[in-house]
Design a protein around this ligand. Structure first.
Ligand code: AMP
Length: 507
């Protein structure tokens, strides 16, 4: 089937040609005709299948056909999505498809000032793409009402529920007018989701299911590396440095802190990259995503929550730096590559404590992930070095002022970056010197303490103040049981007590 065969108006056909689509994807082919007839739709599909155009094009067509006009502080089509990134991307799609029409669009999401969003809504919009929290917030402020909604789309319903939006969704649905066309999309359809769908859709919606979970996985070339947690950074660096064809790379990891750490390691190796995660401001996230899309940076490091909104064309490689606990997340992650018929590679790192996750993922996807290039392990720095490096880190944390890498040095300058830099440049000699310095310094401190205690004991003995027992209790308590310092102090305290006894006899 060709797009020209679909009953879409000329401005939409032209827009489709402009964005470079030739044939509708299966979900578009199955959904667009029914949606143009005004039917409700239940779509089981995930991103990467072309589902945005599957609902956007017929909605735009029907908005053009209806002959109604937008009114102030209202919208005619409402698209609800779980994340800001996804909302922005879907609005971008609507804008692209509506570029030769007078249809207006707006996007509202939290985490940024609402002033601009409210200004846009004053005159009303045709298509409003929103995340639930900010939408309810602006409804509460009377910046927008849902009384004129003719088309309602709930996208990524399973993600919405995962992210705890169920109450917000119910509130929004309760505010919609009774007469409307509903579209409901979800990648998975457990009972909870189908129950929700039943409360939103009409009695007999058209059901469209595309099988995304098997299709992309078959197209994606996968590789697996068994690697210790502490060597993952070095492996990633090595793979990126030795493979120029890794041009647009998404790296997934579990934690925000981990994402920042990966960025530091890669930047040190001269690889242009950025991280997006929940601790970054919305502007920083958009900037990073924009730079990645425009290929100004080669690597984008993301946590799963942030990644939910990522829709970037032509991602060549996806790295699972950490394997996800939720096995379905793996499918979502690697589905970011090999889109729209393109080639894609997914590379997974598996640490010994992730073996169980790996088995779960292989079971879910019914794919045994083949091992990657084993010769790469020989190119990595030895593990021992990393052990020594961590020793160096500990040593630096405890060394006295003025010593190399000591606390003062750590706190001055560029903070954690500086620390990471110095870690990376540390060679074996430096490490062993620092380790030696650490032990020298500890010994020096212990000697000083002992000398002070001995001095005190001598004073007590000379003055006969009877402080031997106090000294015994207070100073011994500061030292570890069984330590040499403690033993020595016991001896000194005993000597002090004996001396006092002798003195009292003499008196
Ligand atoms: P989606 O599933 O809507 O997130 O779309 C995934 C990607 O497929 C987006 O980059 C779209 O631009 C692209 N796409 C959507 N429909 C088509 C089509 N008919 N032909 C080629 N690419 C498409």
């Amino acid at each position: 089937m060709k797009f020209e065969e679909l009953p879409l108006a000329q401005p939409l056909q032209r827009a489709v040609r402009t964005v470079g689509y030739e044939n509708p994807t299966p979900i578009q082919e199955q959904s667009i005709p029914s949606l143009l007839e005004g039917k409700d739709l239940l779509g089981i599909a995930q991103t990467g299948t072309g589902k945005t155009a599957a609902f956007a094009l017929p909605i735009l067509q029907r908005l053009l056909d209806s002959g109604k006009f937008r009114q102030p502080k209202t919208c005619r089509a409402l698209i609800l999505l779980p994340t800001r990134e996804l909302a922005i991307q879907v609005e971008e799609c609507f804008k692209q498809y509506a570029q030769y029409t007078a249809i207006s669009t707006a996007c509202i999401f939290g985490g940024v000032s609402d002033v601009k969003q409210k200004n846009v809504l004053i005159r009303g919009v045709d298509v409003l793409v929103a995340t639930p929290g900010r939408l309810l917030d602006l409804i509460g402020q009377k910046a927008v009402t849902l009384k004129n909604v003719e088309f309602f789309v709930l996208d990524e319903a399973d993600r919405m529920l995962d992210m705890g939006f169920i109450h917000d969704i119910r509130k929004v649905v309760g505010m919609l007018p009774g007469k409307r066309q509903n579209l409901f999309f979800s990648a998975t359809m457990p009972k909870e989701i189908s129950d929700l769908a039943a409360t939103i859709l009409s009695a007999n919606p058209v059901r469209v299911e595309v099988a995304p979970q098997s299709t992309p996985i078959e197209r994606i070339r996968q590789e697996l590396y068994h690697i210790d947690k502490r060597r993952k950074g070095a492996l990633l660096k090595e793979l990126l440095s030795s493979h120029e064809e890794m041009k647009k790379v998404l790296v997934f990891c579990r934690t925000k802190h981990g994402a920042d750490k990966i960025v530091r390691v890669l930047e040190k190796a001269g690889i242009k990259c950025a991280a997006i995660h929940g601790n970054k401001s919305q502007n920083r996230r958009q900037e990073a995503l924009g730079n990645f899309k425009d290929e100004k940076i080669r690597v984008l490091v993301a946590t799963d929550i942030a990644a939910r909104g990522i829709d970037v064309d032509d991602v060549t490689h996806v790295f699972n730096y950490d394997l996800p606990n939720e096995h379905e997340t793996f499918v979502h992650r690697i589905g970011r590559t090999a889109r729209a018929g393109k080639e894609g590679v997914a590379i997974s790192f598996c640490a010994p404590d992730e073996e169980q996750d790996l088995r779960g993922i292989e079971k879910l996807t019914r794919v045994k992930i083949p091992e990657g290039d084993k010769s790469i392990y020989d190119k990595l720095p030895e593990q021992q070095k990393e052990t020594l490096e961590s020793e160096l880190r500990n040593a630096r944390g405890r060394m006295p002022r003025g010593q190399k890498g000591g606390r003062d040095n750590r706190q001055s300058g560029a903070g954690s970056d500086r620390r990471a830099d110095s870690r990376d440049v540390a060679d074996r000699n430096e490490i062993s010197q620092a380790t030696k310095a650490k032990f020298d310094w500890r010994k020096h401190q212990a000697d000083k303490r002992n000398a002070r205690a001995a001095e005190q004991a001598r004073e007590n003995l000379q003055l006969g103040e009877g402080r031997g027992d106090n000294l015994n209790r207070r100073t011994i308590g500061r030292n570890r049981p069984g330590s040499r310092a403690r033993k020595r102090m016991r001896e000194q305290a005993a000597a002090s007590a004996a001396a006092q006894a002798l003195l009292s006899k003499v008196k």
